[in-house]
Design a protein around this ligand. Structure first.
Ligand SMILES: NC(=O)c1ccc[n+]([C@@H]2O[C@H](COP(=O)([O-])OP(=O)(O)OC[C@H]3O[C@@H](n4cnc5c(N)ncnc54)[C@H](O)[C@@H]3O)[C@@H](O)[C@H]2O)c1
Ligand SMILES: O=c1ccn([C@@H]2O[C@H](COP(=O)(O)OP(=O)(O)O[C@H]3O[C@H](CO)[C@H](O)[C@H](O)[C@H]3O)[C@@H](O)[C@H]2O)c(=O)[nH]1
Length: 331
């Protein structure tokens, strides 16, 4: 297939582009480099620098013409929970308005398929875990709310305009694959931050809250290997049907506490990691664990890299290999 990948200069988008190219697809990356790096776009992909809101229509083609693309994988978004609380306009404009422009361009050019990066943040604080797709959606921050609004928009476009659409609700993505991984200018995610401590790029890791109702008092998350996530995108592309919008949770199905993640990082790196107890981070739920049963049953997906040590080892190998290209090392 010929595929447009928005956000392909970012973490998940660059790994998925790598995997799409390996499977023989043609990839065009559209990215405004607001949080991504041009050098993360894999070799073999064409790169167009631009904002989805203003460039998607031009890239996708002309109304009534033959569609230029068989599908769009839409990763491009702002995705920092804390920032979304302080600057919600960045999320309503950057995520919702940009995606509405993309959907319009897809409708006018009759681009047939869409796979969208949704998130566990659409659920908010869950009543029970594991979280299924039928759980209530009560996002606790503008980031999650913007993604939920997009899911609703996609549903109505799919049903009215015969789009074959899939929203994948990722839980905590981690790990790396073939030279593609996490190298953000502003890093807020637990595993890369802990590994930055091991690399001497950061003095210590703050543990946000030690009085949560969990086994060791720290929050529990479901870490999914980014390669497993990429495989789910491939399946979603081929299994989706015109006029339908399917939503799938994607996680490994097992929860690890913040302290367990830090211990895994110490095991893998062989280095002590200094941590300090800190207050809870606003908006954080205590426990997020996915039920991926629907993705397994309907897409035939199953996560293969569920061992936390393997996920951390892949992230560690990638981050060590970055050397001077690491944004954290340049600060
Ligand atoms: N990383 C996670 O744990 C996680 C979990 C759930 C969902 N997601 C979702 O997955 C997607 C990818 O996340 P990531 O961690 O790779 O983030 P990232 O910040 O590394 O990548 C996002 C990319 O999108 C680009 N971008 C943003 N707005 C754009 C716009 N308007 N036009 C063009 N390009 C734009 C950025 O420059 C960047 O390259 C996001 O949609 C995010 O919400 C990520
Ligand atoms: O310096 C840090 C950073 C994080 N944490 C803790 O580590 C856990 C994981 O935090 P991350 O920031 O790595 O990930 P989140 O769970 O906050 O969010 C991620 O996963 C969510 C879905 O589960 C959303 O999709 C979101 O976009 C994505 O960033 C949280 O309990 C957080 O409080 C710390 O203790 N110290």
């Amino acid at each position: 297939m010929r595929l447009l990948v928005t956000g392909g200069a970012g973490y998940v988008g660059s790994v998925c582009s790598t995997v799409l190219l390996e499977h023989g697809h043609d990839v065009v990356v559209l990215d405004d480099l607001s949080t991504g790096n041009a050098d993360a776009v894999p070799e073999g992909a064409e790169f167009v620098e631009g904002d989805i809101a203003t460039t998607a229509a031009e890239v996708l083609g002309v109304e009534g013409g033959t569609p230029r693309f068989d599908g769009v994988l839409h990763f491009g978004a702002q995705s920092l929970v804390g920032e979304s609380v302080e600057s919600p306009e960045k999320y309503w404009q950057g995520n919702v308005v940009a995606t509405l422009a993309l959907l319009e361009a897809m409708r006018l050019t009759k681009t047939p398929r869409l796979v969208f990066s949704s998130t566990a943040a659409t659920y908010g604080e869950p009543d029970q875990v594991p979280i299924t797709e039928d759980s209530p959606t009560r996002p606790t921050n503008p980031y999650g709310a913007s993604k939920l609004a997009i899911d609703h928009a996609i549903s109505s476009y799919a049903h009215a305009h015969r789009l074959a659409a899939t929203s994948l609700r990722y839980f905590n993505v981690a790990g790396a694959y073939r030279g593609a991984g996490e190298n953000r200018v502003v890093e807020t995610h637990l595993i890369p931050l802990v590994l930055q401590v091991a690399l001497g790029q950061r003095e210590q890791i703050s543990v946000f809250g030690t009085d949560w109702p969990t086994k060791d008092g720290t929050p529990i998350r479901d870490y999914i290997h980014v390669k497993d996530l990429a495989d789910a995108h491939l399946l979603a592309l081929t299994k989706s049907e015109p006029g339908t919008h399917r939503i799938y949770n994607l996680g490994s199905g097992e929860g690890f506490s913040v302290r367990e993640v830090i211990s895994a990082c110490e095991r893998i790196t062989g280095l002590p990691i200094k941590s300090v107890d800190a207050p809870r981070r606003p908006g954080d739920p205590a426990v997020l664990i996915a039920s991926s049963r629907r993705a397994m049953d309907e897409l035939g997906w199953s996560p293969r890299h569920t061992d936390l040590d393997e996920i951390v080892a892949d992230a560690w190998e990638y981050m060590r290999g970055l050397g001077g290209r690491a944004h954290a090392a340049q600060r």
